[in-house]
Design a protein around this ligand. Structure first.
Ligand code: GSH
Length: 231
């Protein structure tokens, strides 16, 4: 199996954290040139990472990949032990994916425009704050997001909260974690977890590559290679 993944991609980081925590060691990681040249929909019609390649089949969407890993390694499954625990894990994971990460991601597009649209930012970051409020109600009070052990809820939340902390202030809005109590306590604690720490370091590496121009250079090289290979 091969995971198409990027260091800074929070949806990819979520799957990497699950793979590390489940102790799966035979999945290859990579990012094809097509992702950098804007042609990734040739590989996966949705055009986004992560994607899991299993033989000739591709599985897009982080939540589907997460479920697939749990299904093929049921003895290591990270979705919880009882129907109620599984429901709670899925709720937290869904809040992180849909209400936090998706809105943050869309708002980041405004950083790439010369004149950011404040209306768009207000709408999307308002939704992030609302999602954070919901998370504050649903998250547990122990060291983990749900129950007393690491689950997929943590794998989704760690990259989502890292994105909240490290990108939302760049959009002119206070880090929404600061307005919470339970989420803030959880965030302080979960960063000590070895698998959380590992993906946070990878995301930092991705952020550095974005900011210092390494990523742009790789994209330019990939585009150049594509151009020179055309007849
Ligand atoms: N719902 C998707 C979202 C994936 C997503 O948005 N990935 C970003 C990187 S974190 C991406 O590939 N963006 C490229 C694009 O939008 O063209 C999932 O859960 O996997």
């Amino acid at each position: 199996m091969k995971l198409i993944t990027g260091d800074l991609s929070p949806y990819s980081a979520k799957i990497r954290m699950q793979i590390y925590a489940m102790g799966i060691t035979d999945i290859e990681f990579g990012l094809p040139a097509e992702f950098m040249t804007g042609k990734f929909s040739k590989i996966s019609p949705i055009g986004r990472i992560p994607v899991m390649e299993v033989g000739d089949t591709i599985i897009p969407e982080s939540e589907i990949i997460a479920e697939y890993l749990d299904d093929i390694y049921p003895e290591k499954s990270m979705v919880g032990d009882t129907p109620m625990e599984r429901a709670k894990v899925r709720i937290v994971s869904r809040i992180a994916d849909i209400y936090l990460m998706n809105n943050i991601f869309m708002s980041l597009s405004q950083l790439m425009t010369k004149t950011p649209n404040q209306g768009i930012l207000d709408l999307l970051l308002g939704q992030v704050k609302r999602g954070m409020g919901a998370l504050e109600q649903h998250i547990g009070t122990g060291d983990f997001a749900v129950g007393d052990k690491l689950t997929r809820a943590d794998c989704t939340l760690v990259p989502a909260l890292w994105m909240c902390q490290n990108t939302v202030p760049r959009l002119g809005t206070e880090n929404p974690i600061l307005a919470t109590t339970k989420v803030a306590a959880y965030w302080g604690e979960i960063q000590k977890n070895e698998f959380a720490d590992k993906i946070i370091e990878e995301m930092k590496r991705g952020m550095k590559a974005r900011l210092d121009g390494t990523e742009a250079k790789m994209r330019a090289e990939a585009l150049e290679k594509e151009k020179s290979s055309q007849p």
